[in-house]
Design a protein around this ligand. Structure first.
Ligand SMILES: [Zn+2]
Length: 293
């Protein structure tokens, strides 16, 4: 039996077996909790060993100035995507204070700061932290130091593809709840395994990304978890570029020829299907922190 990292329920409900195609080639199982619905990775590498699964030159999230066609496309798309993310996070709000959890090399924070916002970041990687310090003039905090921020001091907290990497969901979410002002906005971006690209690639779907992704959320499950900590669901927004990137990576795992072309086609089909279903490859969930607990 396996213990659900969110609700503690025991389950032997195997959902899918997936391999770490990206790096280690090790195999993992995803179990589904029958009580809260969360999918979680088993075995679940602890904080002492998870680091080795991130040691790759290809882990694009922390890369800068790479040469070649794919990185260039990636950079161009990232720039458009960033502007979209900034608008999802702060448009319509008066200038305030924003915390980005898992801020990486500070790409998102740079853009938010340019809009006149005060920004802060949390990031585990020392390399990424020092790059952010050079760009933004402050050192992001380590996840273990996050309680040193004052309670209720942020208007917006963002987690762009971060919550799926978090081992201790309960602690992380309760800390985040404390840091957010009453009425503040929480933004969570996650892969969506209810998307067409996941249905198509099945166990080869690149956004399973085990064991780096420890938790896998459906729209229903993330909304129910976040509402249980006292936040109101506001809306769901799409990240349409992720369908192309995930499909391209999945095509590579399948060793298909022309992965860029096939990935582009599948990404397009996924986005078209999602026009109706809303089930985009990645979704951005917006929540409002309730004033009374
Ligand atoms: Zn559960």
């Amino acid at each position: 039996m396996n213990t659900c990292p969110w609700c503690g329920n025991q389950t032997d409900h195997l959902y899918v077996e997936v391999k770490d195609y990206f790096l280690s080639q090790e195999e993992f199982k995803l179990y589904q909790c029958d009580q809260c619905g969360l999918l979680f990775t088993v075995p679940r590498p602890g904080p002492d060993v998870i680091g080795k699964y991130y040691q790759s030159d290809e882990y694009y999230s922390h890369q800068e100035n790479k040469k070649g066609l794919i990185p260039r496309i990636y950079e161009a798309v990232k720039s458009v995507n960033l502007k979209h993310k900034v608008s999802l996070a702060i448009d319509g709000l008066p200038k305030g204070r924003l915390l980005d959890i898992g801020c990486g090399v500070g790409d998102f924070l740079v853009h938010v700061q340019q809009k006149g916002w005060e920004v802060a970041g949390i990031e585990p990687s020392d390399d990424a932290k020092s790059i952010t310090q050079n760009r933004l003039g402050f050192l992001p905090l380590d996840p273990s130091e996050s309680t040193s921020f004052a309670d209720r001091s942020f208007d917006v907290i963002t987690m762009w593809h971060v919550l799926e990497h978090i081992d201790d969901l309960k602690t992380q979410l309760s800390e985040l709840k404390q840091l957010l002002k009453p009425g503040g906005r929480l933004i969570i971006a996650l892969p969506n395994y209810k998307s067409f690209d996941c249905q198509h690639y099945k166990d080869k779907w690149a956004a399973w990304d085990v064991p780096r992704h420890l938790n896998h959320f459906s729209p229903e499950v993330i909304c129910s978890i976040i509402s249980s900590i006292g936040m109101d669901f506001v809306d769901t927004q799409k990240l349409k570029w992720d369908a192309y990137y995930i499909s391209f990576m999945s095509e590579r795992y399948l060793h298909h020829s022309l992965p860029l072309l096939r990935g582009a086609l599948l990404g397009l089909i996924s986005n078209c299907k999602a026009l109706r279903s809303g089930m985009y490859s990645s979704l951005v969930y917006r929540f409002n922190n309730l004033i009374d607990e």
